[in-house]
Ligand binder design. Structure first.
Ligand code: MN
Length: 236
């Protein structure tokens, strides 16, 4: 049985209609790694959804409202949607209470940092980096280097030195309750982990076909979800 991986949908608009959507690359990466992807709409009551999943993937997306971490909006902040923020934070809370493995990607990593009480840089350029964290080349191309901590779970999956793609302008500023385990050359956090949580600032779902290490990341996540299968069903 494939472990069921919930993927939180974003909120967008096409042809004058609002849509809930997930980029196909997330769905394909989870399926390729042996999971059963289930798209979860952004609502605010997840009690009925939680027993349906064995793991949670939080995808990339728009910015998070800085009010969530007690800051005023600053120049450089992009688009935010309080409905997505609320449902994502609620879902993270519910999934961690149920001890589900969580993989956060890009915005998903930032949402995990905020959920645990941390803070974000609203815009990395304003924060002073000279490194281009928004790449200008094909999405699967490794753009900048990162160093992963020796002895971290992520390090055992990816190795300690590698190049990753980059499509973000926000980043983790203060991390509490999670451990920063990877950094780019400018010193900014590129990954965090907790007991059942991994968050990465890059987009492994766009690299897994060309970099076996990024595929291993999805496999490890799906395996972790498989280990927990059946253990949280008593709540339903
Ligand atoms: Mn980056």
């Amino acid at each position: 049985m494939r472990p069921r991986i919930g993927i939180l949908a974003g909120i967008g608009s096409w042809e004058e209609r609002e849509r809930y959507f997930v980029n196909s690359a997330y769905v394909e990466a989870i399926y390729a790694a042996g999971g059963l992807p289930l798209i979860i709409p952004p609502l605010s009551d997840f009690d009925a959804y939680l027993p349906l999943i064995d793991g949670l993937l939080l995808p990339g997306g728009i910015d998070l409202d800085p009010a969530l971490y007690g800051e005023e909006p600053q120049r450089g902040l992009g688009k935010v949607d309080p409905r997505l923020d609320k449902s994502e934070q609620d879902l993270i809370g519910a999934a961690s209470r149920a001890a589900l493995p969580i993989l956060g990607i890009c915005r998903g990593m930032q949402a995990l940092v905020v959920a645990m009480g941390g803070k974000l840089y609203q815009d990395l350029q304003q924060a002073g980096t000279k490194l281009a964290h928004r790449q200008s080349c094909p999405p699967e191309h490794p753009w900048h280097q990162i160093e992963v901590d020796v002895g971290s779970r992520l390090g055992s999956i990816l190795g300690t030195k590698l190049r990753v793609n980059s499509f973000h302008h926000q980043g983790a500023k203060e991390v509490v309750g999670l451990v920063p385990v990877a950094r780019s050359a400018d010193g900014f956090v590129e990954a965090v982990e907790g007991e059942k949580i991994i968050g990465v600032q890059w987009h492994p779902e766009l690299m897994y076909k060309t970099d076996p290490r990024q595929f291993k990341l999805f496999q490890a996540f799906v395996e972790a979800a498989a280990h927990g299968m059946g253990t949280h069903k008593s709540q339903s």
